[in-house]
Design a protein around this ligand. Structure first.
Ligand code: Q9C
Ligand code: ZN
Length: 341
């Protein structure tokens, strides 16, 4: 299958994040994409293509205009205050505080963020705009009749909701791709999230809709990030009731437990009979991931791809998490090559 990729991802490079109380280098780093690209080339997965520019309309089809405008101007406004280190929020509208948008960039950063682990830097806007184009170009490949396409994106996207960033994510690339497929002939789209962390942003975007079925297999939020969403009783709302499916698994779950959940998810997808599948392809369910607690081996990612291939659906894969940098390419490309064969 074709891989869509842009070097511009490199311009988003946060310096540090808070981990166990200390500042450490960001887990979400440019080398992640380099490793995946190297593996795509080494395995001969297929052509590596630059994205084509789509403008902001397809981004605004899933994200709030105020949020997008904030992301576009945040770094300049931050820098105008004489600050040149990563822009990070440090407070939130917890219970009984007002929900109004502040005027100051510092307050707006807090208003539009879910956590303090998602730095805005000089190149963030360029990188996330290119990332959206990568996801949209992969969706275009499906619209053009391809059976599979890989959006090699970073930063990731699935924690980004309609109007907030978080979990290293700004634009929800997978949601943007799914919406683009809907706008171009697909009547129903299934969006399966296999990242270790619940795809709270994607759930938020499609929660009231019955045309995009969202399913997520993840570490149970009672102990795992993002803590405040991803429970099994979140089933959708209004027209979307029954079209949101969470499979929270206890941290430390076995590989068998994980594949049982995948089998259930595939059953739901088959029953929904979508025209296309979008996969939020985080590979942090890997046994060696530094911030996650599932146990998949590199071979298990082959098994994952094979199971997804058996759905017989055209699929766009968007890269999400995965922080064991050395094997990230093997794990991600294992899914893709097994899907195709
Ligand atoms: N400072 C994705 O995998 N963890 N995001 C914060 C470490 C946030 C993961 C704790 C994990 C977000 C796309
Ligand atoms: Zn993750």
């Amino acid at each position: 299958m074709q891989t869509f990729y842009s070097d511009i991802h490199r311009q988003h490079h946060g310096r540090t994040e808070l981990y166990a109380g200390t500042l450490v280098p960001c887990f979400e780093m440019p080398a992640r994409a380099d490793m995946v690209l190297d593996r795509v080339r080494a395995t001969g997965l297929g052509e590596v293509c630059p994205p084509s520019a789509h403008g902001l309309d397809p981004v605004l089809a899933v994200h709030d205009a105020g949020y997008v405008a904030f992301l576009q101007s945040a770094w300049q406004r931050w820098q105008a205050l004489g600050r040149d280190y990563d822009a990070l929020p440090k407070m939130w509208q917890i219970r009984r505080l007002r929900q109004a948008l502040p005027e100051h960039v510092e307050g707006q950063l807090c208003y539009y963020s879910m956590d303090c682990g998602t730095p805005i830097t000089a190149g963030t806007w360029a990188a996330i705009s290119a990332g959206a184009d990568v996801a949209l170009s992969a969706a275009d490949a499906l619209i053009g009749g391809q059976k599979g396409a890989f959006a090699l994106t970073r930063p990731p996207g699935h924690h980004a909701a309609r109007d907030y960033c978080g979990g290293y994510c700004f634009f929800n690339n997978a949601a943007i791709a799914a919406q683009h497929l809907r706008a171009n002939g697909a009547k129903r789209v299934a969006l399966l999230d296999v990242d270790y962390h619940h795809g709270n942003g994607t759930q938020d975007i499609f929660y009231q809709r019955d045309d995009v079925l969202f399913l997520s297999i993840h570490g149970h939020p009672r102990t795992e990030y993002p803590f405040f969403l991803g429970f099994a009783d979140e089933c959708g709302e209004g027209a979307g009731l029954g079209y949101n499916v969470n499979y929270p698994l206890p941290a430390g779950s076995t590989v068998d437990t994980w594949f049982d959940a995948l089998a259930q998810a595939c059953g739901r997808i088959a029953h929904f009979a979508p025209d296309a599948l979008v996969v939020s392809l985080g590979v942090d369910a890997y046994q060696g991931d530094p911030i996650s607690r599932f146990a998949l081996s590199s071979d298990d990612f082959l098994r994952m791809g094979e199971r997804l291939g058996r759905l017989g659906l055209p699929a766009v894969f968007c890269l999400e998490g995965g922080y064991a940098v050395e094997p990230i390419g093997i794990n991600a490309v294992n899914v893709l090559s097994a899907f195709e064969s």
